[in-house]
Design a protein around this ligand. Structure first.
Ligand code: SF4
Length: 316
């Protein structure tokens, strides 16, 4: 039996959800807009990096826009088109700021499955820098700035690193989450008084990029303002819209990973009973965010599940 990160992750969240997804193979007929947006961003990134793998550079925006049309349903609604336009805008900004300044890289794999023994995983992207380092990258679309570090995310990173290390027979592999923030950078404005006293607080905390604020500062001769200089320094040190978070890794964590994988493989092989793990908060792991909640509640309250099942189809 082979085991992927998605299976382990689902199992860790809720055995019942695992049952619906991997045993019954049920998929919701409609996805939520947030899920759909994340899928679109992933799809457009996949197109861009596959092009880079073949041609050694990112495609022209026109190519990316035309190719992204393939991600739309056959008869798209207006909202579908709006979501693709927003996702394209986000990916275009992301590609323009990809990696650190001046880094050259070769794309090794885009959404390709790596296997080793009974483990398998499909990282979003694997690249090699000119100094030989291999970076495994997983894209995460996010609404806010995050500090990360969840156990399941660490497990995902460790699993992918392990697979890529074995595939390329090198230890020189690091794993990064690349966060793509959905929000657009704020545009600085100046108020009518011209001296922008009313803007002091706003510029001191403005949620934008270093480049945008720096341009604004030069245009309006604000270089001497202490609060603005301070904010520029902060924005230069940390990109608030696209940022990489490296996963710490060492022998201890790898041993931990393998132990967890053995545990889950054994558990999944033996599995006969799939209890619900009802999570009643507002986090993204809560039952409120689970696509199977309609079905799960029908079972829980003893309703006729045939009605709930109409919202799902069997995966081919
Ligand atoms: S609704 Fe909650 S208990 Fe039911 S499958 Fe989803 S996560 Fe599990």
């Amino acid at each position: 039996m082979s085991i992927s990160f998605s299976k382990m992750d689902t199992m860790m969240r809720c055995a019942k959800k695992y049952y619906y997804k991997y045993v019954e193979k049920l998929v919701p007929v409609t996805d939520s807009a947030a899920l759909y947006f994340g899928t679109l961003v992933h799809g457009i990134c996949e197109i861009a990096f596959k092009y880079h793998k073949k041609h050694g550079k990112f495609p022209e925006l026109q190519y990316l826009r035309a190719a992204s049309a393939s991600l739309l349903p056959e008869y798209p609604a207006e909202e579908d088109i709006d979501l693709v336009v927003d996702a394209l805008a986000l990916v275009e900004r992301y590609l323009a700021s990809f990696l650190w300044d001046g880094d050259q890289f070769t794309v090794l794999a885009v959404e390709e499955e790596f296997t080793y023994g009974n483990l398998k995983g499909t990282p979003d992207l694997v690249i090699r820098l000119t100094d030989g380092r291999i970076l495994v990258i997983d894209h995460k679309t996010t609404s806010a700035t995050v500090d990360g570090g969840e156990t399941t995310m660490r497990l995902q990173g460790l699993l992918y690193t392990y697979l890529v290390k074995n595939h390329y027979a090198t230890e020189n592999v690091s794993f990064y989450f690349y966060y793509l923030r959905k929000k657009q950078p704020a545009k600085p404005t100046i108020n009518k008084s011209g001296a922008n006293k009313g803007n002091v607080g706003r510029l001191a905390n403005i949620d934008t990029t270093y480049e945008i604020l720096n341009e604004f500062v030069k245009q309006h001769g604000l270089q001497d303002r202490e609060d603005v200089r301070h904010r520029l320094g902060e924005l230069r040190d940390q990109d608030r819209f696209f940022w990489l978070q490296r996963l710490p890794q060492d022998e201890y964590t790898e041993a931990f990973l393998l132990a967890r994988v053995r545990e889950y493989t054994a558990e999944l092989r033996e599995k006969r009973y799939f209890p619900m793990s009802i999570v009643d908060d507002n986090g993204y792991k809560s039952c409120d965010k689970c696509p199977y909640i309609v079905l799960c509640e029908s079972e829980l309250y003893g309703y006729d599940t045939a009605i709930a099942l109409e919202e799902f189809k069997e995966e081919e």
